[in-house]
Design a protein around this ligand. Sequence first.
Ligand code: SF4
Length: 344
Amino acid sequence: MIVQKKDIKNFTLNELQEDIKNSGVEKYRATQLFDLLYKKGIEDFREMLSLPAPFRDLLQENYYISKIDLANLAKSKDQTEKYLFKLEDENLIESVLIFSDERVTECISTQIGCKYNCLFCESGKKGFIRNLTVGEILNQVLFVKKKMKSNPNNIVFMGIGEPLDNYDNVVKAICILNSKNAFNIGARKITLSTCGIIPAIKRLQERNWQIELSVSLHAPENKLRSYLMPVNNLYPLPDLIEACRNYADKTNRQITFEYILIKGVNDSLIYADELAKLIGRFNSKVNLITFNPAPDSLLQAPAASQVKSFKNKLIAKGIPTTIRISKGDDISAACGQLKSLHLK
Ligand code: SF4
């Protein structure tokens, strides 16, 4: 009988304990294995010499250790690094490494393509291929960890794909990133960004995690949001705001609303007023992003003065607001852009 080998990185610690227990191996061996995989970065069971030989043989027969290959690395003048990774089935995904104030943030992908086709996003234009596995999500962090010889300080789920559309794998990946036996990255150093998948926000709320939740709003008005983000037809703005309010109340965590400013589309100060009215009554803040156009985009970035006026308007209304400093403009660092260039 041919044994279908399982990627060892697709297992949380609890799942691995159960899986090896079924083969008569004591649970604590799973903790040792996590240490070797995620802290020591060993990628071959045969090199795990601190494990007993029969257990190494069992691992070799039933599991494998997935890897990703680097297909391209682009480095920006501002130090931002964009990694294009090739998966075992030849599909491509991106991760971005952003350096600021001695901190390193890694932005990782969760899907190959995306179903939601937001007007301003390169990833959505290519359609959806498949979800990333837990191992494929973690391999992006492991690759960088190996290169830097330490964890990134922050992980943001803002690369290609909608994380909450791959809920189970993303939640498992967060468990492993946060686990003291694996990456040991604090929950508050992990940000999950969503376009507003309401049922998944409700599920996440039940976990009562301390991770940062970031919701892409991009318009304070239902019709405009549907134009920019077709997902709004499925989960309309009033329902999304209600779900966010409940999430903030239940978890006692501040929600960040992302708002990408596009010239002549959603950057009028009237929208700043509407936005303040919409989110003003609960624990939230706004992160403004200046649109970073792809080479063939018809949409344009607003003037810096307009971005500043939008921010000032929100602050005057009592909404904590920041402007995300644009990084990596010279290497197409916005989500999906490097992959598009590479494929062209
Ligand atoms: S912005 Fe996010 S949700 Fe929208 S198409 Fe791009 S990856 Fe998908």
